[in-house]
Design a protein around this ligand. Structure first.
Ligand code: F6P
Length: 544
């Protein structure tokens, strides 16, 4: 069946004139007209409280956005995903990250087979391995304790593990060192190992396909570095290398015993895999109990997304608001601003989750879209961003919807720090929404010529996500919130949020250029004049 473009849906058509009216309305007036707005336009689930009252919406907007979700088949889309249907149409794959956190005993079928027992079998194997390494029962080849763990992976096989390691550092075993090598830039590897002893170092080679150029290059370098420490004794590999992959054949070919491999499945997308075996480094750092608590947090948000009505459904609401700003206000970006130092890598993680998922220019049937899809996500932890790019958010010419993420309690309470941090969250959302009028600025005695510079228009939208404290469960809920928000957007836009063909061309061209940089004999260059000249310059610098 041909998908209906969102712009042809009745709700979208009704949102257009509605937008023309509401774009003139200021948040000051919306709040003045309804003293309960700040409590009414909120929703709560899985330990997260979402205040979406500071968005440029009224009840009619919300009603139409929910109608848009219904007309777009969001309900049946959710059911299809949870039922294991092959909703990743271009790769003919099920999309079942929700199965990764389904409780033992649940049943989720892929091609008629319940995958939940396999999921738990891998989790149990991971837990057993992690307990052995953490207790030093698993030793290095020479009998030394494993003190260092290096995850080698890229994209979803790196960003989730790095983000989760940083996010759960408070809960991690501080006697161990964790590092992450992703970039094929040799400096990444060199810096990761420069002060480490190979006899105490375990490598996790994380790659869904086990063919990714960067990861396999780094994995081979890691193997050589490790073996050098063991005088070339290949028998050491079994104690110092494990793999996380769906590709047992390639793992064996690389020389890792498949007994030391932790599997996952083609129905787990790379950017949706941090809660699969790809999270092995997370489990090693924070322990199996904390990892399971994180999975519970994910699952609670999954259940909320699956069952809650859209007008109280956190991921649905956030997804719909993103569509509202992207397609009606013409916003190009979303700023994600975690006021929690442990979430410092969360924006980087979200960039892959959101942009690799929804950076698409065709609908499910291949027709080109004639509306905007996925916005650019960016962010930094607060309060650092305030002293950097917030100027543009407050007074620039673009509308940048913001997600503020904050916790009621610090994990490291020191004096007044947390009160000051949280005061900044609330102050920023207030300043963005309400601004400061010219009259207010003048009343402060500001000279006339300076007034325009010091005036804040306000009417800049934001969400505030507030949770108790950054526990493993809260992290799971937060990640699932964004995963399902991305899904909601994809359903409205009728795109495949689960493929990533856009990364292929560059990979193919790089494979062609590598020998042109390395061959001793002058290659016949058939690129454009710019690429040819760059290649020649590089070869000259290498002296070939
Ligand atoms: O960047 C493309 C991509 O396929 C991502 O989707 C994926 O997370 C990453 O490469 C790494 O892939 P793999 O885990 O197979 O090495």
């Amino acid at each position: 069946m041909q998908p209906t473009p969102p712009i042809d849906r009745p709700a979208w058509k009704a949102l257009q004139p509605h937008y023309q009216r509401i774009r003139e309305v200021h948040l000051r007036d919306l709040f003045a007209a309804d003293p309960t707005r700040g409590e009414r336009l909120t929703a709560e689930a899985a330990g997260l409280y979402l205040d979406y009252s500071k968005n440029r919406v009224n009840d009619e907007t919300l009603r139409l956005l929910v109608q848009l979700a219904e007309e777009s088949g969001l309900r049946s889309g959710i059911d299809a995903m949870f039922r294991g249907e092959k909703i990743n149409v271009t790769e003919s794959r099920a999309v079942l990250h929700v199965a990764l956190r389904a409780p033992r005993g649940a049943s989720i079928l892929v091609d008629g087979q319940n995958v939940v027992p396999e999921v738990h079998a891998v989790l149990d194997k991971m837990a057993d391995f992690c307990n052995r390494v953490r207790s030093a029962e698993w030793k290095g080849y020479t009998g030394k304790r494993i003190r260092n763990v290096i995850n080698v992976g890229i994209g979803g096989s790196d960003l989730g593990p790095v983000m989760a390691y940083e996010a759960l550092k408070h809960y991690s075993d501080r006697s161990m060192t964790f590092r992450f090598v992703s970039n094929v830039d040799d400096t990444d590897f060199a810096e990761a190992v420069h002060d480490l002893d190979p006899l105490e170092t375990l490598f996790i080679i994380s790659s869904k396909t086990f063919t990714t150029l960067e990861t396999m290059t780094n994995a081979r370098t890691a193997r050589a570095w490790s073996l050098k420490g063991f005088g070339g004794d290949e028998n050491a590999v079994a104690k110092h290398f494990v793999a996380v992959s769906t590709n047992a054949k390639e793992v064996a070919k690389f020389g890792i015993d498949t007994a030391n491999m932790f599997g996952f499945w083609d129905w787990v997308g790379g950017r949706y895999s941090m809660d699969s075996a790809i999270g092995l480094s997370t489990m090693l750092a924070a322990g199996p109990e904390n990892f399971r608590a994180m999975l519970d947090g994910f699952h609670r948000m999954d259940e909320h997304f699956r069952t809650a009505p859209f007008d109280r459904n956190l991921p649905a609401l956030m997804g719909l608001l993103t569509v509202w700003y992207t397609d009606f206000f013409g916003s190009q970006t979303v700023a994600v601003l975690p006021y929690e130092q442990y979430l410092k890598r969360f924006p980087a993680y979200l960039q892959q989750l959101t942009m690799e998922s929804n950076g698409k220019h065709v609908m499910l049937d291949g027709r080109r879209v004639d509306y905007d899809t996925g916005p650019i996500y960016f962010g930094e932890p607060g309060t650092n961003g305030q002293h950097s790019f917030y100027q543009l958010i407050h007074q620039g010419t673009r509308l940048i919807p913001c997600d503020f993420i904050a916790f009621k309690h610090s994990l490291n309470p020191i004096g007044r720090h947390h009160d000051i941090l949280i005061a900044n969250v609330f102050a920023q959302t207030e300043a963005l929404a309400f601004g400061k009028s010219a009259e207010q600025v003048k009343a402060e005695g500001t000279p006339d010529w300076l007034v325009p510079h010091r005036e804040f228009d306000g009417n800049r939208p934001s969400n505030t996500v507030l949770a108790d404290r950054l526990t493993p469960a809260a992290l799971g809920s937060l990640v699932a919130l964004y995963e399902h928000s991305v899904f909601t957007q994809g359903v409205i836009w009728q795109i495949d949020s689960f493929d990533q063909w856009g990364v292929e061309l560059g990979k193919v061209l790089a494979q062609r250029i590598i020998p042109e940089l390395e061959n001793k004999t002058e290659p016949q260059l058939g690129h454009d004049s710019s690429t040819n000249a760059l290649i020649r310059r590089y070869r000259k610098a290498k002296g070939i």
